[in-house]
Design a binder for this molecule. Structure first.
Ligand code: ZN
Length: 105
């Protein structure tokens, strides 16, 4: 799987056969520049702009899928964070109970 296929926007664009620096809109068949022939230097900005201007419904779909991808990533981050917090709390509870025993008298 190439890096390009991961972006949901590629559902609505095809790579140009004649020019690798361009992508062709599947809906209206217009070609748009990716800014470079090199995949690492390419940008999807022109494609996003095109979708947002001319194909609102499809653009919303892409945005929705992108935010779902982000939610998924955030959830994984949150789980990691909760594990770390749980470890810290365990340690601090242990040291706190030491202190309490002195004052409980
Ligand atoms: Zn189009």
């Amino acid at each position: 799987m190439s890096q390009r296929e991961r972006n949901p926007i590629w559902q609505y664009f095809d790579e140009s056969i004649t020019d690798t620096s361009k992508a062709v809109c599947k809906i209206c068949n217009k070609s748009y520049s990716l800014g470079s022939h090199k995949p690492k230097k390419q940008t999807l900005l022109g494609l996003k702009l095109h979708l947002s201007k001319f194909h609102d419904k499809e653009y919303r779909q892409v945005l929705k899928q992108l935010s779902e991808l982000n939610d998924f990533k955030n959830e994984a981050k949150l789980k990691r964070l909760k594990r770390i917090i749980a470890t810290i709390e365990l340690r601090s509870v242990a040291s706190c109970s030491d202190n309490h025993s002195k004052f409980d008298l």
